[in-house]
Design a binder for this molecule. Sequence first.
Ligand SMILES: C[S@@+](CC[C@H](N)C(=O)[O-])C[C@H]1O[C@@H](n2cnc3c(N)ncnc32)[C@H](O)[C@@H]1O
Length: 187
Amino acid sequence: MAKRVCPYWLGYWLLNPLRRLIHNPDQILDPHVTRGMTVLDIGSAMGFFTLPLAHLVGPQGRVICVDVQEKMLHALQNRAQKAQLADRIITRACEPTSLGLADFYGQIDFALAFAVVHEVPDVPNFFQEVSNLLKPEAGCLLAEPKGHVSAQDFEATLVLAGHAGLTSVSHPLITWSRTALLKKGKA
Ligand SMILES: C[S@@+](CC[C@H](N)C(=O)[O-])C[C@H]1O[C@@H](n2cnc3c(N)ncnc32)[C@H](O)[C@@H]1O
């Protein structure tokens, strides 16, 4: 069965400032992101996490955002312009079955995949591409909504990540979410 992609209108709902009460971007991202990093926001939508990531990486850093919906990325670009952060944010539209970011292979210091993997049709290829994108020992924070993803399905997802060389090293506490910090190349 085809997986359901988050509708465009929900992109605005995801930006609701009240969401910060349960998903505080600084608290979630601070432990993983430092200035100058090149980070990847996978399934960024309109950029709830992208702008905080852009602040954290600073003027020398880059945030690469990839999403299947161009309209989401246009809204993100507008928000980035208004926040004067557009110069450190790169947006790319992708196909459902491939992130299409081969030109960034081996360059990513940290990747965020927040509430996106349950929408991805080819999860093994998704994790293989994330693994190719990360530098050795770089991390990917995976968070999936408990309302959509059962504990059993999340465990199955982690197995697929492991097949791509991404090992779960911890489970950061994030409200309403099943999480794993995946590291490339950790046994
Ligand atoms: C539920 S939203 C989460 C948005 C954002 N990460 C957040 O937490 O605010 C999922 C996003 O992933 C995107 N998406 C769905 N399937 C995708 C795929 N195969 N590759 C890249 N992005 C995808 C959707 O278009 C949508 O913008």
